[in-house]
Design a protein around this ligand. Structure first.
Ligand code: NAD
Ligand code: K
Ligand code: MN
Length: 356
């Protein structure tokens, strides 16, 4: 039987609640068929590891992960440690170390979810946001001079390379081409940011020539937020920079009903390294340890993980089980206006998988 080796990194906060839930669901899925099995390994990296060792993950951590087929991640972020330390020390270390340059974020309104936009049903909102995940505003280049003094100067330099921009645009055109509407919106801010963003627009025009069947347009990021609210149906696949797409995808998640539902994959399209799948939400300090976390974002991320492994049928089966559970308002967690617990939602999805 085929065995997939999955590294689980729950991280911090509700990551410790939703990742074990995701593992449970994947185990139920594997038990319900005989095509493949999973072997899981858990890594206790994150805030607790930091308190003990002074770093978020060990120096040889990437080498430990390298042989896995995929990574299931929770969240990095601890109330006692500065956010930039936790983020750079774990999640970004893995994303950048494994050159997972395509961050893919699907958004749909799942059955039974009461989304906030009026006149917008599930058929009117079906997006995939592709986020550049290796450079741009989060390249880590910059610094502070004369720290704390009145003459202090601080910079976060946004680095855009032609190679980096071209590969993410190519990925986005290819993804758009694979979807029924074959439509791509390239988001920039090329009116104000007149160097790198103008280069994005130019490269987009060049790359588009290789995808004559993809209908594409350009949108400025601020205008794009309004378009997401006012004309959701006019969008399909969207590609944007690291920062812009980070913000657009939280908006997308909220428009689809909750941050707790939204999934993402940090993907190395060339498959040189394992790709990493996670809910888009963070540690959620306000609800951690209470069993209130919505695990659906993690389950949907598991669907993306299965698709990445080439297990299309199993992925579709899990998505169907998730949708059957969201359709039942009794199984909604607090963020969706219900009072179901993480464990109840998890058990319901497992039950569906085993009964199917
Ligand atoms: P957050 O996503 O943790 O929480 C925002 C709000 O959404 C909170 O009210 C929270 O309760 C709610 N929420 C989030 N996920 C939910 C779920 N699954 N079920 C129900 N409600 C949910 O964002 P934040 O508060 O800005 O950040 C908290 C910490 O998480 C920070 O340290 C931040 O840096 C970190 N963070 C990490 C990641 C990551 O690891 N990928 C992503 C975002 C934030
Ligand atoms: K996360
Ligand atoms: Mn974010």
């Amino acid at each position: 039987k085929k065995t997939y080796r999955i590294a689980c990194i729950p991280g911090d906060g509700i990551g410790k609640e939703v990742v074990p839930a995701g593992q449970k669901v994947l185990e139920a899925l594997a038990a319900a068929q005989d095509g493949f099995r999973f072997e899981f390994a858990a890594f206790g990296w994150g805030g607790d590891w930091y308190r003990e060792h002074g770093e978020m993950m060990p120096a040889g951590g990437l080498a430990q992960l390298k042989g896995f087929d995929a990574i299931l991640f929770g969240s990095a972020g601890d109330p006692e440690i500065p956010d930039h330390v936790t983020l750079w020390g774990l999640r970004l270390k893995i994303c950048q170390g494994f050159d997972q340059y395509a961050n893919v974020r699907p958004t749909r309104i799942l059955p039974g979810i009461d989304a906030p936009l009026k006149r917008c049903g599930p058929q009117d909102l079906d997006w995939v946001i592709v986020r550049e995940n290796s450079e741009g505003e989060y390249s880590g280049v910059g610094g502070r001079a004369h720290q704390g003094h009145p003459i202090e100067v601080a910079t976060d330099v946004s680095i855009m390379t032609r190679a980096g921009v071209e590969r993410i645009l190519r990925y986005a055109f290819r993804l758009a081409q694979s979807r029924p509407r074959k439509q791509l919106t390239v988001v920039t801010k090329s009116n104000a940011q007149r160097h790198a963003m103008v280069m994005w627009d130019e490269i987009a025009a060049q790359v588009s020539k290789d995808f004559p069947d993809v209908k594409w347009d350009k949108e400025l990021v601020d205008a794009c937020t309004a378009r997401m609210v006012n004309r959701p149906k006019s969008l399909d696949t969207i590609v944007a920079t690291n920062l812009h797409a980070d913000i657009l995808s939280d908006l997308a998640a909220a428009l689809a009903g909750s941050l707790g539902i939204a999934p993402t994959g940090n993907i190395d399209p060339e498959r040189r390294y394992p790709s990493m799948f996670e809910p888009i939400h963070g540690s959620a300090f306000d609800i951690m340890g209470k069993g209130l976390a919505n695990p659906v974002g993690t389950f949907w991320s598991c669907v993306m993980l299965l698709e990445h492994l080439g297990e299309k049928e199993a992925a579709a089966k899990l998505m169907k089980a998730i949708e059957a559970v969201t359709a039942d308002a009794k199984l909604h967690t607090k963020d969706l206006g219900g009072n179901a617990t993480t464990a109840q939602v998890t058990d319901a999805v497992c039950h569906r998988l085993l009964a199917a």
